[in-house]
Design a protein around this ligand. Structure first.
Ligand code: ARG
Ligand code: ZN
Length: 852
């Protein structure tokens, strides 16, 4: 069952060419595949082709009926010589394909998702990323149902067939692994545009959607053109075909997929306009469009040798999309947002039963490893190497990487080697970040000796044990560090890049004439947790004075965290320094509103839980609500001012306008803690007057947690104006599942029976069940009904779509950290799931590991 990295062997047979012929139908599609196969090395092993839920019709080798056998999920064909032409014919049923892997139907169209192992659900093939082939694809289908026929590469021929049918042929000149194959057939219209590359080639750009959605594609198109220009400028990477297609589909397991020249997207990451999408949605669209586009080089031209190397393309591509986001917006705010995602999604993963290294050593189901660790911690790893090398040397390294491995399936080691060769640096010590799981902890203490005018920083690192890795080695941790003068508030020791690579190490700063405050892990230079011995006064000072915006944000967050942790432990919580710091931040004339909104946002209940030895969700909730109430009451004037200030048009998507809207809703949230009734009226006014989704959703997001008549009025109004727009309806479900109310669990159970709840649609399922699982207080309702509900949903979803079901397991997996009563109920829910007969590999892996 378990696949191990160390067992990698090169493929026995290569497939330099494949021709596919599709006879398309939603109920039944016939696929004929012609593979040119070539023996790889000296051996006498047969050709083994993977297949999953495909009905075999015939097999021929070199035109003659062939001897073959079925071995598990493989078709085994004996081949006499070193080369052969292997033809297979199979039937598949796209409409019955609820796993949304392979060829499936969505809203009347047919589309594919092949990464990681979906191609075997279309035809028999060696479904592994190190088998690269040139594709020629012919497809034929009903011209009315499927007026548009797309695949990778260039369309080389098309024509009409009998009985209202038509066909098209596509050819992709770039050899690719089968996980990058794509096909789309449907009634689609395109937003057409073009981009001229740096060498002067004109590329036609198409974003394909249902006709009614065309007006919502402008932002995705703008983002695509910006991405193309950015990759030329920053990485010297030019697009390599004459056309680039994006297709939006409503049923999609993930965000989007980088199929060569035919990216397929979850419609949530394509469609946006002022009335239906928030500023965050607009940003996510730009991020995902960029991410998939950047994969053209980091993923498609250079792909992965095996799935253990997934972070080779994903970590690097996330780093690239993060850098792009920083360049087109505010770098400081972008960094804060990216770190928040890392802390919310990856740190818990690293601290729980599903912890795994950036380059995993084993898996049962690869779909379970499209994780925040592989993606986001992988990106942090690339970022650390880039930080250590500096931009020029890093670029020299990536140039070598792209040139050396173009057209190849590479490994993470290849990537590091290319960076070393390009930069002349030694990155070997950093490789431990690929293999060692767990979030390193750094303890920091700063000693100041006024007499010798020195300050000494004492650092100590440890990496907690994780499953399969009880004992850890020290890691190289790059820490951007500076000292800030307590009185002057200026940088009294300029920023240095310290590399902590021993269990304990000290660093000395000279010429320190003033009491120094420690500014460490600036810009979050390493993905670690720091516990620096800094009191409220120091943090309050740093929150105003630190010269690194991220460190300022961090000081503010840490200040709030100290109070919240104390409160959660039942200790007295003194809110005064938090109130002063938030007040000062709000009143600052130099900070922009987006930064203010981020800085004063209170750490989530889950983040507080990460600091506790034993989690009591009620205590955490009470502490956080208590602090919010103190702040909301004490600062109502400034908060009202922030809420009211600067009216901006909803059409204005500048960073400034987005920041004003962000701050407005964050302020409203704090106000609602101080004066719920007053805030309910304010929120309803914001809701009614909003000329954009950001303000409307922001207001509703505050209202859903309140007990006021305005709550239901707004929910009903939101539903009325949105019920024919799936993406807006997702918000309606998601907001209610995220509500901070004692009856949220009841509401969620009711919503699961709502006529608009569609369990087969991943977005809808995520919006209700995903948001609920992330709502710590509600999900961990003391009576355990949240757990039973989630277990029931996982069991139901697993019968349809195992990949999505497995993604809902982690909230239950954290049982060890919770107080005994809840822990026992969480375990019980996991046991109930694992006892279900016919459970998928996906859910089995996540649940059994969570119980271990
Ligand atoms: N490579 C895609 C991306 O990062 C994600 C595909 C995930 N597919 C899956 N079956 N888990 O954009
Ligand atoms: Zn990706």
């Amino acid at each position: 069952l378990t696949i191990r990295r160390e067992d990698y062997r090169p493929p026995d047979w290569l497939v330099p060419e494949i021709a596919l012929d599709f006879d398309l139908g939603a109920e039944r599609t016939r696929v004929r595949a012609t593979l040119t196969v070539k023996k790889n090395g000296e051996h006498d092993r047969p050709l083994r082709l993977d297949g999953d839920e495909v009905k075999l019709v015939s097999v021929k080798v070199d035109g003659a009926d062939a001897a073959y056998r079925i071995d598990g999920e493989q078709l085994v064909v004996e081949i006499a010589g070193d080369r052969a032409t292997v033809e297979t014919e199979v039937e598949i049923a796209p409409k019955a394909n609820t796993k949304l892997m392979g060829l499936y139907a969505s809203g009347g169209m047919l589309c594919t998702q092949c990464e990681a192992e979906g191609f075997r659900r279309i035809t028999f093939f060696p479904d592994r990323p190190d088998v690269l082939s040139k594709y020629r694809v012919r497809m034929e289908g009903d011209a009315r149902a499927f007026p548009i026929l797309l695949s990778n590469g260039n369309r080389v021929a098309q024509g009409n067939g009998a009985e209202g049918r038509h066909w098209a042929e596509w050819e992709d000149p770039f050899p690719k692994p089968c996980y990058l194959f794509a096909l789309v057939a449907g009634d689609l219209k395109a937003n057409k545009d073009s981009f001229t590359t740096m060498s002067g080639r004109k590329v036609d750009l198409f974003i394909w959607v249902r006709e009614a959605d065309l007006p919502k594609t402008a932002h995705a198109m703008e983002s695509l053109k910006l991405s193309m220009a950015w990759d030329e400028k920053v990485y010297g990477r030019e697009y390599d075909l004459d056309l680039f297609n994006i297709v939006a589909v409503s049923d999609f397991n993930m965000g989007a997929m980088e199929n060569k020249s035919l990216n397929i997207f979850n419609s949530a990451y394509v469609l946006a306009d002022q009335e239906t999408a928030t500023d965050a949605d607009f940003d996510n669209i730009a991020r995902v469009v960029a991410h998939e586009y950047f994969h053209n080089w980091s993923g498609d031209r250079v792909t992965c040798r095996d799935w253990f190397q997934l972070s080779l393309k994903e970590g690097f591509t996330v780093f690239r999309d993060q850098s792009f986001g920083a360049d087109i917006g505010s770098p400081a705010v972008k960094r804060i947002e990216d770190v928040r995602v890392l802390r919310a999604a990856q740190f818990p993963e690293d601290a729980g039963p599903l912890a795994h290294p950036v380059r995993p050593d084993s898996f049962i189901e690869i779909s379970n490893f499209y994780t925040a660790t592989v993606y986001n911690k992988g990106a942090e790893l690339i970022r650390m190497m880039a930080t250590v090398l500096g931009p020029e040397k890093f670029r020299a390294g990536t140039d070598i990487y792209f040139e050396r491995h173009d057209g190849e399936a590479a490994t993470c080691d290849d990537f590091v080697k290319a960076l070393e060769d390009g930069s002349g640096g030694d990155l070997t010590p950093f490789k431990i970040w690929y293999s060692q799981a767990g979030t390193p902890r750094v303890k920091a203490r700063l000693d100041h000796d006024a007499a010798s005018r020195t300050a000494t920083l004492h650092l100590e690192q440890s990496v907690p044990p994780t499953p399969g890795q009880p004992v850890k080695q020290p890691m190289p941790i790059p820490l951007k560090t500076a000292l800030i003068g307590e009185q002057s508030g200026s940088e009294i020791a300029a920023e240095r890049l310290l590399i902590l690579d021993q269990p304990q190490q000290s660093f000395t700063f000279e010429g320190v004439d003033e009491t120094p405050l420690l500014s460490i892990n600036r810009n979050f230079s390493a993905p670690i947790t720091v516990s620096a011995d800094r009191g409220d006064d120091e943090l309050e000072r740093l929150a105003q004075a630190d010269t690194d915006p991220f460190a300022r944000y961090e000081a503010m967050q840490e200040l709030m965290m100290l109070a919240l942790v104390a409160g959660s432990r039942g200790e007295a919580m003194d809110p005064e320094s938090v109130i002063r710091a938030i007040g000062a931040t709000l009143k600052s004339n130099s900070l922009d509103p987006a930064f203010k909104g981020e800085a004063i946002l209170m750490p989530s209940e889950a983040m507080i839980a990460d600091r506790m030895d034993m989690v009591d969700p009620d205590a955490i909730h009470a502490a956080r609500e208590g602090l919010r109430k103190s702040v909301g009451s004490a600062l109502s004037d400034v908060l009202l001012f922030a809420h009211r200030s600067d009216s901006v048009s909803g059409a204005d998507l500048s960073p400034q306008a987005k920041g004003i809207r962000r701050l407005r809703t964050v302020a409203l949230g704090l106000l609602s803690a101080g004066d719920p009734q007053g805030a309910a009226r304010l929120a309803k006014t914001q809701f009614d007057r909003a000329d954009n989704m950001t303000d409307r959703q922001g207001a509703l997001g505050v209202l859903v947690s309140l007990d006021a008549p305005e709550r239901q009025e707004a929910l009903d109004a939101f539903y009325q104006r949105s019920h024919d727009d799936a993406l807006v309806l997702d918000k309606w479900f998601g907001l209610q599942a995220a509500a901070q109310r004692p009856d949220t669990v009841d509401q969620v159970i009711k919503l699961a029976a709502h006529r608009d709840f569609v369990i087969t649609n991943p977005n809808r399922l995520r919006s209700l069940v995903g948001s609920f699982g992330a709502n710590q207080w509600a999900f961990h309702s003391a009576d355990g009904r949240g757990y039973t509900f989630l277990a029931d949903m996982i069991i139901a979803a697993d019968k349809l779509n195992p990949q999505i079901a497995a993604r809902m397991v982690p909230p239950l997996g954290r049982w060890k950290r919770f107080e005994p009563k809840r822990a026992a109920m969480m375990r019980e829910a996991l046991e109930q799931i694992v006892a279900v007969p016919g459970l998928s590999k996906d859910v089995f892996e996540q649940v059994s590991k969570s119980l271990a």
